[in-house]
Design a protein around this ligand. Structure first.
Ligand SMILES: *Cc1c(COP(=O)(O)O)cnc(C)c1O
Length: 392
């Protein structure tokens, strides 16, 4: 038996300590300092985009995007039901109304249902789409687990109906198209806005942190301005807008610069480990390792097993606890956001796949530091547990 195998832990094999020491030695630990601008440049280079603003979290990056998209109280924002709740909470910060649209088999927004909703449930007049008299201002599309949403179809619909597209790329840093209309384009750089997260379990981490980009460089400048309390005049403390304390600190950025150096290697390992799991689960009929979208190269951040519910009826909790006893940390995909207390009265549109996958998807260990022996052990233990549950 291996030592306890965690789901997803940070990896500090590079220059993390060196850079953090430098930041401390120089005394630049807060929201000013060279590592912040360096991280922004490195991220922009990596993403092949012009301008990136570093901020406190993925959530703040999403909130700044909604502010910049001019989402105001009473507006509608189309959101996903099956993802981390932080993708949707900023809609409430703006006192806007979320409407939940179903996902497809990639776990990401289903463009077919999106199109049906716009066409059949809304009205389009004077350049605005309205639903029950309210303007549908934006949509939040999450690239779930590093899988690219169907951006070709989604962008076409958004352009047709004048809806701002906010890409929640918090799980998809590095995922990009290798074919088609958006060949070479990275998740987060296709829509109007892209948000990234560097929380502890993401593919790179700054402890807590995030970044935001937009299709217009001057918009990113304005988000950076808002993230530092919207200081119009640095000497007289003049503020013409309401700002936020959303700027990343230099300490976080020091960690981030080291992590971006390792990011290409992390992605390679995520991909290799996924391939190994794929071979190990090949032909096993009680669960299926879910694929990533064709025509893209995914960062393969999280791996998803779809459990055959016709033969395994045990609850997710029982499965997770049984594997935990074997020293393997797993987790269920999220509970549906529209079933959480703050959202239980909101409108949903044709949710079918989201509830289907909510009770079938188990995420398995995927740290960049996981060893081949550990992967073999995880696959063996899961298979033997599932066989036991199917026969029991
Ligand atoms: C992690 C995550 C966020 C939030 O990022 P934080 O940095 O934790 O604020 C938002 N959306 C999704 C889908 C996430 O996975």
């Amino acid at each position: 038996m291996c030592a306890y195998i965690p789901l997803s832990i940070p990896n500090f094999e590079g220059n993390e300590k060196k850079y953090v020491d430098e930041a401390v030695d120089q005394g630049w630990v807060s929201t000013g300092g060279a590592f912040i601008t360096r991280l922004e440049k490195d991220l922009a280079t990596f993403l092949h985009t012009e301008n990136v603003a570093a901020c406190q979290s993925g959530t703040s990056a999403l909130h700044l995007s909604l502010v910049e998209a001019k989402v105001v109280p009473g507006d509608i924002v189309l959101v996903p039901p099956l993802t981390f709740i932080a993708a949707v909470n900023p809609v409430k910060y703006q006192f806007a109304t979320p409407v939940f649209i179903d996902c497809d088999d990639s776990f990401c927004l289903d463009p077919v249902k999106l199109s049906e909703f716009c066409e059949n449930e809304c009205e389009f007049a004077d350049g605005h789409l309205t639903y029950q008299g309210k303007i549908v201002r934006a949509l939040v599309v999450v690239h779930v687990f590093g899988n690219m949403a169907d951006m070709e179809a989604i962008m076409e619909i958004a352009e047709k109906y004048n809806i701002r597209v906010i890409e929640d790329s918090t799980e998809a840093l590095g995922t990009h198209y290798t074919e088609g209309k958006f060949k070479g384009k990275y998740a987060g750089t296709i829509g109007d806005f892209g948000a990234y997260s560097f929380n502890g379990n993401k593919i790179i981490t700054t402890g807590g942190g995030g970044a935001v980009t937009a299709n217009k460089p001057e918009v990113v400048d304005h988000m950076r301005f808002l993230s530092t309390q919207a200081k119009t005049d640095p000497h007289y403390y003049i503020h013409d807008e309401v700002g936020y304390n959303y700027r990343m600190t230099n300490l976080q950025a020091a960690l981030g610069v080291a992590q971006v150096e390792e990011l290409p290697e992390f992605i390679v390992r995520k991909q290799q480990n996924y391939e190994m799991y794929r071979e190990l689960f090949e032909g096993f009929d009680l669960c299926e390792l879910m694929p990533f979208r064709e025509g893209t190269e995914s960062n393969k951040w999280f791996y998803s097993l779809k459990i055959d519910r016709t033969r395994i009826t045990a609850s997710m909790r029982d499965i997770i606890l049984a594997l935990d006893k074997k020293g393997i940390q797993t987790r269920a995909i999220w509970g549906l956001i529209n079933e959480q207390k703050p959202y239980e009265n909101e409108i949903t549109y044709k949710l079918e796949k989201a509830p289907y996958y909510a009770e079938r998807i188990l995420n398995i260990p995927c740290s960049t530091s996981i060893t081949e022996d550990e992967i073999r052990y995880v696959a063996e233990e899961i298979k033997s547990l599932f066989k036991e549950l199917a026969n029991g």
